[in-house]
Ligand binder design. Structure first.
Ligand code: HEM
Length: 394
């Protein structure tokens, strides 16, 4: 694989780790990220076009909050090199209006309105396999829930979920840039057809609203409509599904914590959700350095890419003692949803899906464990995930 090491990067800061191929990630994806530690606060990965990795938790959050120095112009590695995703790949000041146009669908009031439907869906999925005494959790539950919620929000047919899921998966985790680009264009083509339909015949769904949205007093271009709808799809599916995979695997191995969750009140449940979010971060996004500068003695140049990984921040022992232990007594300030102006616009919806999962699953399937003879498979990548998880119960 081609390696990129510019002249201003000192050899001692180069760490030969590829974020799509971290050693031993299948056994523990989050542990795999910690291999970047131990070489200083900034290291350089020569893979995926070459990029810095910020290692120190305090630095990561400060950089995330400083869009003037660390631009969101390209948040993925390698850069997909195509139309920017909106609002995630825009910077202040234009970012705020783009964001407001999509964030309105995920306010607490909107999410409360959706909750009965999400709960009914979760119950239907669980009851569909409960009697069987086993399921492949990722395919049968974790991926289904957010996908169906998203399609409902967007007013899209549920039968499209299989091809859509395949394209989201390829864009999120495939290391080959061409495969990523094809998946991205496939998603845009799919959504383009629906934008056309909604312009002709508007409904009360997200696509219909985005098709009439404005920025700076002018209507969105077709490209802006597409970039916004594509991001809503990419942002909301894989992240929730991947989180559910990690949480279910942890709960399958910790019956005492299942019992504690069942006994917790609403306030404690939110704290528990927060601790799960801290312990199992999902997206690992990057920024573009906007000027030549020296950070903690290291020269960075304008245009350098830098990875700001919650998998390094949330599991930094300087910030969280014993960071790999899930401890419901913590009230952590994690950055699984990011920090600064781009902080996740869909966080209320995600939290609601998690709450419903914990409430409905743990009361319907109380005693479950990893199916003997199977091994859960994790993957560390720009979006960490659990690829396969068989569960059994009596
Ligand atoms: C566990 C679930 C989720 C996680 C961990 C997550 C994580 C994140 C993170 C880290 C960012 C910040 C990106 C950056 O700063 O570059 C972000 C932004 C965003 N997320 Fe989420 N997300 C989740 C669920 C969702 C859902 C359910 C939706 C809605 C469908 C959503 C929509 C968005 C949008 C639109 C943005 C862009 C916000 C902006 O640029 O201002 N996310 N998310």
């Amino acid at each position: 694989m081609e390696q990129h090491i510019p002249d201003h990067v000192p050899a001692e800061l180069v760490v030969d780790l590829d974020i799509y191929d971290l050693p031993d990630d299948e056994a523990d994806a989050h542990q795999a990220w910690q291999q970047f530690r131990g070489h200083g606060p900034l290291v350089w990965s020569p893979h995926n076009g070459g990029h810095w990795v910020a290692v120190d938790g305090k630095d990561i959050v400060a950089m995330w909050r400083d869009p003037a120095t660390y631009s969101s112009w390209a948040v993925g590695l390698p850069d997909h090199g195509m139309n920017r995703q909106i609002p995630i790949e825009t910077d202040p000041p234009e970012h705020a209006e783009y964001r407001a146009n999509i964030a309105r669908f995920f306010t607490p009031a909107e999410v409360n309105r959706l909750e009965p439907e999400i709960r009914a869906l979760a119950v239907r999925l669980i009851e569909g396999f409960r009697e069987r005494g086993e399921c492949e959790f990722i395919g049968e539950f974790a991926e289904q829930l957010p996908l169906i919620v998203f399609l409902t929000l967007m007013g899209l047919p549920l039968e499209d979920r299989i091809p859509l899921h395949a394209m989201v998966e390829a864009f999120a985790r495939h290391p080959d840039l061409k495969v990523k680009q094809d998946a991205y264009m496939g998603l845009r083509d799919y959504l383009d057809g629906w934008i056309e339909k909604r312009i002709a015949e508007p409904g009360d769904d997200v696509i219909s609203f985005i098709a009439t949205a404005t920025i700076g007093g002018r209507p969105y271009t077709r490209d802006e409509m597409l970039s916004t709808c594509t991001l809503a799809l990419l942002g909301g599916l894989d992240t929730v599904a991947s989180s559910l995979g990690f949480w279910a695997l942890h709960l399958a191995r910790h019956p005492e914590q299942r019992a504690a969750i069942r006994q917790s009140g609403q306030g404690t449940l939110l704290q528990i959700i927060n601790e799960f979010l801290r312990r199992f971060p999902i997206p690992n996004l990057s920024r573009v350095v906007t000027r030549d500068m020296v950070h903690r003695g290291v020269q960075m140049k304008k245009g350098d890419r830098i990875l700001l990984s919650p998998s390094l921040h949330n599991l930094d022992p300087e910030l969280y003692p014993d960071p790999f232990t899930v401890d419901f007594a913590r009230s952590p300030r994690h950055i699984t949803f990011g920090a600064g102006p781009h902080m996740c616009a869909g966080a209320n919806l995600a939290r609601s899906e998690f709450k419903i999962f914990l409430e409905e699953w743990l009361t319907r399937i109380t005693e479950f464990r990893v199916k003997p003879g199977t091994t859960p498979v994790m993957k560390a990548a720009p979006t960490n995930t659990v690829e396969e998880l068989w569960l059994v119960w009596p």
